[in-house]
Design a protein around this ligand. Structure first.
Ligand code: ZN
Length: 176
């Protein structure tokens, strides 16, 4: 089954947008993006349940982060350079405004925020954080940069009453 995949992702699948959309270009309405996201999440939940839906979104975000790092960022060992370029690309692509609030390189613990986040800013308040996709995305970016696995959890979200999404990221220590 695994060598017989129909939908395996590759960056080329995103297509030649300049050729394909000479008039409309590389832009769409954010409502359309959210329509896709939230209808997917709804239908997935009815088929596989909430927990598996979150797992799928997390994994998709992770795959996205891996591909994004490989295709959009310049490999570097310098945390400052990495964060600066990431901030610029996220802003240029209209994904969000990234800030690194806390960084402890020794322990591998970071707190970062994404304001005006693509997925959730402006949504009605809910009783839970919803940026599971972003958690996977950020984990993959940090892992691609550092070579270390990270566990990322959203701790504040627009949907829980904050005006930014805040994520804690912790390096996963190798088991002894
Ligand atoms: Zn959020």
């Amino acid at each position: 089954m695994t060598n017989d995949r129909k939908y395996k992702f590759s960056w080329e699948l995103l297509g030649d947008i300049a050729a394909g959309r000479p008039n409309l270009g590389n832009k769409t309405s954010l409502e359309v993006y959210r329509l896709l996201l939230f209808t997917f999440r709804d239908v997935l939940e009815t088929h596989v349940g909430t927990e598996m839906t979150d797992k799928i979104f997390h994994e998709a975000g992770y795959l996205s982060g891996k591909e994004f790092y490989a295709n959009k960022l310049t490999p570097t060992k310098d945390l400052g350079d990495f964060v600066r370029e990431l901030q610029q690309v996220l802003k240029d692509m209209g994904i969000g405004i990234l800030r690194l609030e806390q960084a402890d390189v020794e322990t591998g613990e970071f707190v970062l925020t994404i304001s005006e986040d693509l997925d959730c800013s402006g949504l009605p308040e809910l009783d839970h954080e919803i940026c599971v996709y972003d958690e996977g995305f950020i984990a993959a970016l940090l892992e691609s940069f550092s070579g270390i696995k990270f566990k990322v959890k959203e701790i504040d979200c627009w949907c829980t009453g904050d005006r930014t999404c805040r994520f804690s990221a912790k390096a996963v220590k190798a088991e002894a």
